[in-house]
Design a protein around this ligand. Structure first.
Ligand code: TRP
Length: 421
């Protein structure tokens, strides 16, 4: 079966207002340039028109680059890269449905932005995208993705040897699951991004995902690494840093369904990792449990994240120890708020708590969409807290493009306020 083109969206995403999802993959002809609000040239023609998928996303990227303090020339380069990575889908008119049921975002936009904050520095802008989003099958989606990754590696002179080592594990003849390959670009100044590739451990079936992760870690030299990982309900992603990283990471993502807040603190396997309390506080804040919900009248004795699952990411850089050198907890905040105003408030609080300036986040949301924060619950898709050996903790906000739909705000009390029985 080909999940990309034939399955319906996962039930957990049912809150997204539906419009008929057709399987249509036409390659649109040249799009009109008239609505171009930001005059930027891509391959000799302007596609920064808001009326195509590529133009819409490139416009958002250009505005976000300004917030992140990137120079105009770098911003143009990166907008170009984004458009090129989407191939023919960049020119798909926005009034057609999304190119496929991409799992990358709730409304199936194959692009998502993120801002990663450190104390005392401008945030780093990143963009996650699905190069094969227009493919008619998951296998084809993967082939297109690999082609784009290899072209980028050639362009910027990156080695892709790590990908070579594990490629066959993630690209079987008849792949299964919700993704084949995603690519994330960290948009640093100078016009050469850092690159991350996301692969699907369940490509040969979800029941083989753990074995695939173990095999991939072993091939990359992390022989005991799998055994260090905490228990999980699934392995949604396996990721590789490619390019000019100081210490390129191999990353394993774990799913934790119905996670109890007090259990979050015990999920890191880093040697000198975050204190359990630091992780629990972040989870509690992002999920909307305030102190009153934990103790005091009406307290909820068993606070759990019963909506979309928490993900943790365990990153490896040292083959000798096989212990992770990084730990990130990702909270799908959109499922624990009534609307994005709440998500924004929590993000600002988390940033302030970790000594980071929240102003660029607020500016970014305004740069992405003119809508009011109260009018949807999905602009901030995830909030994450990342610890890496020898570095300051980072807070990251993942921000949706919303090219197709706004995830509706929910009028009743947030899920997080009620204990899951
Ligand atoms: N949309 C998917 C999800 O909600 C994948 C994804 C997109 C994701 N951006 C992410 C997962 C950021 C973790 C963090 O799971």
């Amino acid at each position: 079966m080909d999940p990309i083109s034939t399955t319906t969206a996962p039930a957990q995403h049912s809150a997204v207002s539906t419009r008929p999802k057709k399987r249509t993959f036409p390659i649109p002809s040249e799009s009109p340039d008239s609505a171009a609000e930001i005059p930027t040239q891509f391959s000799g023609r302007s596609v920064a028109s808001g009326s195509t998928l590529g133009g819409f996303a490139a416009g958002q990227l250009l505005r976000l680059c300004r917030v992140a303090g990137l120079a105009g020339a770098d911003a143009d380069t990166y907008a170009n890269v984004l458009v090129e990575s989407l191939g023919a889908m960049a020119e798909r008119p926005l009034d057609l449905p999304a190119p496929s049921l991409s799992f990358l975002s709730d409304d199936h936009t194959p692009v998502e932005f993120s801002l990663s904050f450190l104390p005392g520095a401008a945030p780093t802008l990143r963009v996650l995208l699905e190069p094969g989003c227009g493919a008619g099958s998951l296998a084809e989606n993967g082939r297109i993705g690999l082609g784009v990754i290899r072209a980028m590696a050639r362009r910027w002179g990156f080695a892709a040897d790590k990908l070579d080592l594990v490629q066959d594990l993630f690209f079987p003849r008849d792949p299964q699951g919700l993704l084949a390959l995603w690519c994330a670009l960290e948009l640093r100044s100078g016009g050469v991004p850092r690159m991350k590739v996301y692969l699907n451990p369940g490509a040969s079936g979800a029941e083989h995902a753990a074995e695939t992760v173990r095999a991939a870690l072993e091939r990359l030299g992390y022989r005991q690494a799998f055994a260090t990982l905490p228990a999980a309900d699934g392995y949604p992603f396996f990721a590789l840093d490619l390019g000019d990283w100081e210490s390129p990471r191999v990353k394993v993502y774990l799913r934790h369904s119905n996670l109890a807040v007090p259990d979050a603190g015990g999920l890191s396997r880093m040697q000198y990792g975050p204190a359990a309390e630091t992780v629990e506080d972040f989870v509690q804040l992002a999920a909307g449990y305030d102190d009153r919900a934990r103790s005091g009248p009406g307290a909820c004795s068993d606070p759990r994240l019963g909506g979309l699952p928490v993900l943790t990411c365990h990153s490896f850089t040292e083959t000798e120890s096989s212990l992770p050198s990084g730990f990130t907890v990702h909270i799908p905040v959109r499922d624990y708020v009534r609307h994005d105003g709440e998500a924004h408030t929590r993000a600002v609080a988390a940033l302030a708590q970790h000594g980071m300036d929240p102003a660029p986040l607020t500016q970014s949301l305004a740069a992405l969409t003119p809508r009011r924060l109260q009018d949807g619950a999905g602009l901030i898709a995830y909030l994450a807290l990342a610890h890496e050996k020898g570095r300051s903790p980072r807070v990251t906000a993942y921000i949706s493009s919303e090219a197709y739909e706004v995830r509706p705000a929910t009028p009743p009390a947030p899920q997080a306020a009620s204990p899951v029985l």
